[in-house]
Unconditional design. Structure first.
Ligand code: BEZ
Length: 201
């Protein structure tokens, strides 16, 4: 299998952590891909018509995208440890959607700040994206610490990748300041070898 990826992407990082946690690293060849909404560059448009990473080319069957589909496929291939059985599954999937939603909004902010021509940038639009992130962080801090502290699953990994991306691109926003429980959870989660080995730089 071939994974089209860039290590800075929080969505790619979900897949990289899953591969390490499930012992499948040796089964996937990494293919570097870069681009942005204004210039697809080397993004895998033939494998994913949306031109987004990660995309997973399989030896048999069509390419898979996006990160949720790829993670579900690779976890199933390894025995299904990171997506628990229902009813816990519904919480895991909701948590994964929350983490991915934070990453979506943060990546859009990044594009707005560095890709969109300066004269077209909108401070109001940036503030609206951050408001979405702040609400999600509030919800994680208030209601999700118990689940986050349970056995490792893809919900935790998605949230961890979102928080790592905030540290990477928006450290000045200091998300920890108003979310002490989430910050404490993240400090412990960050000790996992799979997490340490994939910190974006
Ligand atoms: C970034 O450099 O922030 C980035 C790279 C790839 C995908 C998303 C974000």
């Amino acid at each position: 299998m071939r994974l089209y990826q860039a290590p800075a992407s929080p969505f790619v990082r979900k897949v990289l952590i899953l591969l390490k946690e499930t012992g499948q690293e040796g089964d996937v060849t990494m293919v570097a891909a870069s681009g942005n909404p204004l210039d697809p560059g080397t993004l895998p448009v033939a494998q994913n018509p949306l031109g987004k990473i990660p995309a997973l080319e399989r030896d048999e069957g069509p390419a898979l995208y996006d990160s949720r589909v790829i993670c579900r496929f690779l976890d199933d291939r390894a025995g299904g440890r990171l997506y628990p059985a229902a009813p816990r599954l519904w919480d895991t999937l909701t948590l994964e959607a929350t983490g991915d939603g934070i990453s979506d909004a943060a990546v859009l902010m990044r594009y707005e700040s560095v890709v969109r021509p300066e004269a077209s940038r909108s401070p109001e639009w940036l503030a609206a994206q951050w408001a979405k992130i702040a609400r999600a962080l509030d919800a994680l801090d208030a209601r999700w610490i118990s689940h986050l502290s349970g056995p490792l699953d893809m919900g935790q990994i998605a949230v961890g990748c979102a928080l790592g991306y905030l540290d990477f691109r928006f450290a000045d926003r200091d998300w920890r300041a108003d979310h002490p429980a989430l910050a404490a959870w993240y400090a412990g989660y960050g000790e996992r070898p799979s997490v340490k080995a994939t910190v974006p730089a």
